[in-house]
Design a protein around this ligand. Structure first.
Ligand code: AHG
Ligand code: MN
Ligand code: MN
Ligand code: MN
Length: 322
């Protein structure tokens, strides 16, 4: 098993980017410890506050955001950050070359039931000479990402990381506090018989998704001619990790439940980094009409429909949208 930095150095990854990734991971190690302490450290439960998304913040949403924000801004490696839990972007070192968007705790409704949660991050180059306080530095499509990853706080703490040379898994050795390479090049199998969707929203989906899911559920007596299994963790990190490990299709499609919020997942710190990890493992990530990483963002908390995973199955799903 190899440690994190030599692997990235072999890829020709700039030292400054490696240092930035190590900084993100330093915060994630602390988060892993806090999440692991659970009820013992009094971090479970909700606050009385709402974030800009209109979600009640869990105590761990606030704590993990503060940890990442402080360590990134103090590091000197970032020009600005954007977070699910921050209303606006936050300026960092004007001379730094990178910007980081993150979801400090994904799946935070799982905190109180001791189920999967994670941290998702996306790193892009800061436009040269840009003002660190100008939020438009984040208005870049996901294909500009130089690194993306998540840390899944499960029975073990696992990092999925890409710097554009494949997707790798590292496992946190909690006795030494080091992420060790445990799988070089994850590959999403092209075929799958497993799907992930919050089926309670079925009546609110658009006809294309209704038809696609109906055909999966029809099983071996339907047009697909075989049975499909369903999984839903309610934490995108958990669902995407399963897809990276054994294939599958994950979707959070557009729905009409709340006319002011047709999509749930956020482009900059959920859809884009997951899309890069999935594409780097041979999968596809689309909104139904376009490649996620081609979208030109116009707001930091912008939301998009997400359909990602095994190549052939995502293509089948997209064929219903034509
Ligand atoms: P977050 O906890 O960061 O707000 O994200 C939750 C997201 C995502 O992780 C998950 O796939 C989805 O919300 C779950 O949505 P439902 O509660 O509708 O199942
Ligand atoms: Mn949230
Ligand atoms: Mn999230
Ligand atoms: Mn979150």
């Amino acid at each position: 098993m190899r440690r994190l930095p030599p692997v990235l150095l072999e890829d020709g990854c700039p030292r400054e980017l490696i240092s930035l990734i190590r900084t993100v991971l330093a915060a994630c190690k602390e988060i892993s410890f806090r999440v692991g302490q659970g009820a013992l450290s009094g971090v479970l439960g909700s606050t009385l506050d709402e974030n800009i998304q209109g979600e009640t913040q869990k105590k761990l949403d606030v704590l993990t955001n503060q940890l990442l924000k402080d360590i990134l801004l103090e590091s000197g490696y970032v020009k600005a950050i954007a977070s699910e839990e921050e209303d606006f972007t936050v300026a960092g070192n004007p001379d730094a070359n990178y910007i980081v968007a993150f979801d400090p705790l994904d799946g935070s409704s799982n905190t109180d039931i001791n189920s999967l949660v994670g941290t998702i991050f996306s790193i892009m180059a800061a436009p040269e000479g840009a003002d660190p306080a100008d939020p438009s530095i984040f208005m870049q499509p996901g294909k500009n990402q130089v690194a993306a990853g998540y840390v899944l706080y499960g029975p073990s703490t696992v990092l999925a990381l890409t710097t554009g040379k494949g997707t790798r898994f590292f496992t946190l050795d909690k006795t030494h506090g080091t992420f060790l390479l445990t799988q070089d090049f994850a590959t999403v199998p092209e075929e799958t018989s497993e799907f992930a969707i919050n089926a309670s929203n079925q009546r609110h989906w658009q006809p294309a998704m209704q038809n696609y899911i109906n055909d999966l559920i029809a099983g071996d007596t339907g047009p697909r001619g075989r049975n499909f299994n369903m999984r839903w963790i309610a934490a995108m990190v958990g669902d995407v990790h399963r897809v990276l490990c054994r294939g599958g299709i994950f979707t959070y499609p557009t729905d009409t439940k709340d006319p002011n919020k047709p999509n749930k997942l956020r482009l900059l710190y959920e859809a884009n980094p997951m899309a890069m990890l999935i594409e780097q493992a041979g999968g596809i990530a689309s909104t139904g009409t376009e490649r996620i990483m081609d979208i030109q963002p116009d707001a930091i908390h912008q939301r998009v429909a997400v359909i990602l995973g095994s190549k052939n199955e995502v293509e089948t799903c997209l064929s219903y949208h034509k």
